[in-house]
Design a protein around this ligand. Structure first.
Ligand code: PEP
Ligand code: MN
Length: 347
């Protein structure tokens, strides 16, 4: 259930409602929107009638949310969520490019990449330090040293950073070095990890699991939000299908649908979605045309020598061309999102 407050509701009225919710053993989540404040109720609401709240001063209405995800739902918050990371806004009218190598391999490599992607138009620097590799014999990342190099490179070019965290016990460590925590596809349903990043106040980029339904993906976001961290960015990175010609299958329809179902920012990762350098640009263009508000792209100064995911890594030059192509598409679809197909009221 969500409780929608009247426009002029006072602090005292808000507090009384919060207290009543707590009195029922439920947890209130206050979501302050531009037009309205709403309170999401989390917990077992069996037998609780909306009118219990509707009779309270300051309440406009109380509505049950049918979807199993509540805080992530558009019903809880009509307008798009904007996530600000330093001076970068994710979820607004400008596409955000998160670019960098799959893995931080050395100080020189991440510094060189950082300068190149910054020059090419990236707004966030990515680089894996804890790598969830399919084989235990593959390069596993540099760990904390990798995070140090990433942070140094981010500072050098003045870009915020993002890196994956794979263990609940590493969340504190990774949080000390990066601006955005990444939850990888393989960990989308690692509920202990989701809860742990939910306890931080760092933005979290949540990749869709390899075989996750849209509902499972949004439920994973709900895990993070239910701990009080509302800064979740959803990332479509391709799902596993019968097709083997590409590494995964970019689910373009999911991007458009999730823009309808949720207020959270949605970005896409065309690198892991395709696994092929020559398909990254067209897949990225398609994602933005469908409503993605940014892209995460693997870029390496020398992809053929990369320690991981070289086949899908762009050179800095290719990345620059991609930004140019995607920017044109974004200009035609993003300035007035209210008109577009992810706005339920418009179709
Ligand atoms: C990555 O971004 O490097 C990564 C491992 O991605 P995914 O979790 O989508 O496979
Ligand atoms: Mn990778």
């Amino acid at each position: 259930m969500i409780i929608v407050l009247q426009k002029g509701a006072t602090e005292k009225q808000l507090q009384d409602i919060v207290d009543r919710i707590k009195g029922y053993g439920l947890e209130p989540h206050v979501i302050v929107g531009v037009a309205r404040t709403v309170i999401g109720l989390v917990g077992d609401k069996r037998g609780l009638e909306p009118r219990v709240f509707e009779s309270m001063p300051g309440v406009e209405k109380a509505v049950p949310i049918m979807a199993p995800y509540k805080l992530a739902s558009r019903d809880a918050k009509a307008e798009d969520t904007l996530i600000q990371v330093r001076d970068v806004v994710i979820g607004g009218s400008e596409p955000v490019y998160m670019a960098g190598p799959c893995a931080v391999e050395s100080r020189e490599q991440i510094l060189e990449t950082a300068y190149a992607v910054k020059e090419a138009g990236a707004s966030i620097l990515r680089g894996g330090a804890f790598k969830p590799r399919t084989s235990p014999y593959s390069f596993q990342g540099l760990g904390e040293t990798g995070l140090q190099y990433l942070a140094e490179a981010g500072e050098a070019v003045d870009l915020p950073t993002i890196s994956e965290v794979v263990n609940p016990s590493d969340v504190e460590l990774v949080s000390q070095y990066v601006d955005i925590l990444q939850i990888g596809a393989r960990n989308m349903q690692n509920f202990a990890l989701l809860r742990r990043v939910g306890q931080t106040r760092k933005p979290v980029l949540l990749k869709r699991g390899l075989s996750a339904t849209i509902e499972e993906w949004l439920m994973a976001a709900e895990y993070i939000m239910s701990e009080g961290n509302y800064q979740v960015i959803l990332c479509e990175r391709g799902i596993r299908t019968f097709e083997t010609a590409t590494r995964n299958t970019l689910d373009v329809g999911a991007i458009a649908l999730v823009r309808q179902l949720s207020h959270l920012p949605v970005v896409a990762d065309p690198s892991h979605a395709t696994g092929r350098r020559d398909l990254v640009v067209p897949a990225g263009c398609a994602a933005v045309a469908a409503g993605a508000q940014g892209l995460m792209v693997e870029v390496h100064p020398n992809p053929d020598a990369a320690l991981s995911d070289g086949a899908q890594s762009l050179t800095p030059k290719q990345f620059r061309e991609m930004v140019g192509a995607v920017a044109q598409i974004a200009r035609s679809v993003m300035p007035e999102p209210a008109k577009y197909w992810w706005n339920k009221n418009a179709v």
